[in-house]
Design a binder for this molecule. Structure first.
Ligand code: DHB
Ligand code: FE
Length: 284
């Protein structure tokens, strides 16, 4: 069977992608951000996963207010980097995994999660920036990627509890797939940030530190946090962090924390990153 061996959370600030693409990652401003991912790059190069199940949100690139799927699973053979207004990022096309993705769609839907199947989808900074942070600038991404786009842009997003339980269903689905694939699940977005309105630039380091602790040790408690608490404590876009609970639900209750990194600021955002391994199964 295929197996999920580890989880990665990462912010997906678009300015990080621009810093890489414009060769600015060595600048004094950016160097500390990339330094926090050095260990992560080594970790994933050593682990050599076959597949990344990548939970992210689309920022009105592939979808618009015309169609708003709560959970959209990318089943295509490839996903092109989206043009977000200044041309697509100069990163490789993302290779999908239709056989596994369709299997997961079937398993989730028959498990009573109403997933939207997507066969055509460009992927924006929400997906490509975490790949860049973890893999650098390869000519081709060294893994296949199954994207899961979650609506956290237009109210109402899914609850933390729904996300956590979806993570558990994703794990069941992966473990029913007949292959030897080693899967790492990414939960992206966050940490505290608000991009608009009178509180634009809002960052809450105490909340972020507590969230990083609780995503490791108290995901069930965290899954009960109401949306309004994310908005109040982590800013309006901080609600992206419900996606981390999908990643966490797909792992064991008791996990090993491999790496943690937190940095303020990147653009007007806090960057948070954590790597968790299942204690059994992550053996290389
Ligand atoms: C920004 C955009 C994002 O989607 C995000 O998650 C964090 C920051 C930005 O525009 O700075
Ligand atoms: Fe975002």
């Amino acid at each position: 069977m295929a197996r999920i061996v580890a989880g990665v959370t990462s912010s997906h600030v678009p300015a990080i992608g621009a810093a890489i693409d414009n060769k600015r990652s060595g600048d004094a401003y950016w160097q500390p951000v990339f330094a926090g991912f050095e260990r992560s790059k080594q970790w994933i190069a050593d682990l050599k996963p076959d597949v990344i199940f990548l939970v992210y949100n689309d920022h009105a690139s592939a979808f618009s207010l015309e169609v708003i799927p709560t959970f959209a699973l990318g089943c295509a053979a490839e996903f092109k980097p989206a043009d977000e207004g200044w041309g697509p990022r100069p990163v490789p096309t993302v290779e999908g995994y239709p056989q596994m993705a369709w299997h997961i769609a079937q398993s989730l839907i028959l498990d009573e999660f109403d997933i939207t199947i997507v066969n055509q989808m460009d992927v924006d900074h929400g997906l490509t920036v975490p790949l860049s942070l973890m893999f650098g600038e390869p000519d081709a991404w060294p893994v296949r990627v199954i994207p899961l786009a979650v609506n956290v842009v237009q109210y109402p997003p899914p609850t933390g509890n729904r996300c956590y339980n979806l993570g558990k269903a994703i794990r069941r689905a992966v473990e029913l797939f007949d292959s030897n694939d080693k899967v790492v699940i990414f939960g992206t977005g966050g940490m505290s940030h608000q991009l608009q309105g009178p509180r634009a630039g809002f960052i809450n380091k105490e909340f972020d530190a507590d969230f990083l602790n609780r995503i490791v040790t108290d995901p069930v408690g965290l899954s009960r946090m109401p949306h309004v608490e994310y908005l109040r404590e982590a800013g309006s876009e901080g609600v992206e962090m419900v996606m981390w609970l999908i990643m966490r639900g797909a792992l064991d209750d008791d996990v090993r924390e491999v790496h943690r990194f937190y940095h303020v600021p990147a653009s007007n955002t806090a960057v948070g990153h954590i790597i968790l391994e299942n204690k059994v199964g992550a053996a290389r």
